[in-house]
Unconditional design. Structure first.
Ligand SMILES: [Zn+2]
Length: 283
């Protein structure tokens, strides 16, 4: 391994530093928040958080679970549940065709992964929503998978975490998706009565029916920095109340300041934070 003696992990010259475009293509990207050029590998090593401005980029459900479970190891549940398209819904394309395309591109049946494993040695259940699957929207499958995870937590007295990244209820399933709000909320109440802790982690974005149900029903509701969190979008609210909204409205920090969240936790600190919280709850 003598190669290691004279090589090190130094980023190639960025286009700004005069690096040749041909050689650096794809290695660099412009941060969507601070606009600085960042080395893609530095972003990856930093858990998809901008090393220059701390902007938290979205990560997919598998990556999220990999970060939270010890050694990235977990078992999955309810992987075969699929929506039956109860409304026979068609928008720009048939809902069944949309589902099939999403299933191919994400290799998931729907917008969620339900998993169990260890978090700093303690067995936990974690459900992570997948934003890439129809905007992480909650239809009958997401609702059922979450409800089953809650019931599993209840029967085995295992703490639960739900990591949200969602545009809200899935319009292609209409009222069926709205029913999930009530179903999940009722199941969470049973979990609460049994004194099994549940922590909700809100990531960018968490909006609509997801915010209006399980995402805000944790024993602790914590969010990643800079996440968009709300029910209706800012434009709709401005039009309704006919007032200009304050700066930073619907961000994690704003919500924390106004008492809607318990903490804003950086991605790098999240696992330790969750472990510490469960130690506290279950002491
Ligand atoms: Zn940045």
């Amino acid at each position: 391994m003598f190669v290691a003696w004279f090589t090190r992990d130094k980023p190639p010259l960025s286009p700004e530093e005069g690096g040749r475009r041909v050689r650096t293509e794809g290695l660099w990207q412009k941060c969507e928040d601070c606009g600085q050029i960042i080395w893609r590998k530095a972003l990856e090593d930093n858990l998809q958080v901008c090393p220059k401005c701390d902007h938290h980029y979205c990560i997919d459900a598998r990556t999220r679970l990999g970060l939270l479970f010890d050694a990235g190891q977990f078992e999955q549940f309810d992987t075969s549940l699929v929506s039956t398209d109860p409304l026979d819904f068609v928008d720009s394309k048939k809902y069944t065709a949309r589902l099939a395309a999403m299933q191919r591109s994400t290799e998931l049946r729907d917008a969620i992964i339900s998993a169990a494993g260890n978090l700093h040695g303690r067995r936990v259940h974690i459900c992570a929503l997948e934003l890439k699957f129809i905007g992480g929207s909650m239809g009958s499958v997401v609702g059922e998978v979450i409800t089953r995870a809650i019931e599993r937590s209840l029967h085995t007295k295992t703490p639960l975490i739900i990591v949200s990244a969602s545009g809200g209820a899935r319009m292609q399933e209409g009222a069926v998706s709205l029913m999930q709000l009530a179903k999940i909320s009722a199941a969470l109440m049973r979990l609460d009565n049994a004194r099994v802790p549940y922590i909700s982690v809100l990531t960018d974005p968490t909006t609509g029916g997801v915010t209006a149900s399980f995402a805000m029903l944790g024993d602790l509701n914590v969010a990643e920095p800079g996440a968009l969190i709300g029910f209706a979008g800012p434009r709709v609210i401005e039009q309704t109340i006919r007032q200009k909204l304050p700066d930073g409205f619907q961000t994690s920090e704003f919500l924390l300041q106004h008492g809607f969240l318990d903490a804003v936790v950086k991605r790098a600190d999240l696992k330790d934070y969750l472990a510490k919280a469960f130690n506290f709850f279950l002491a």
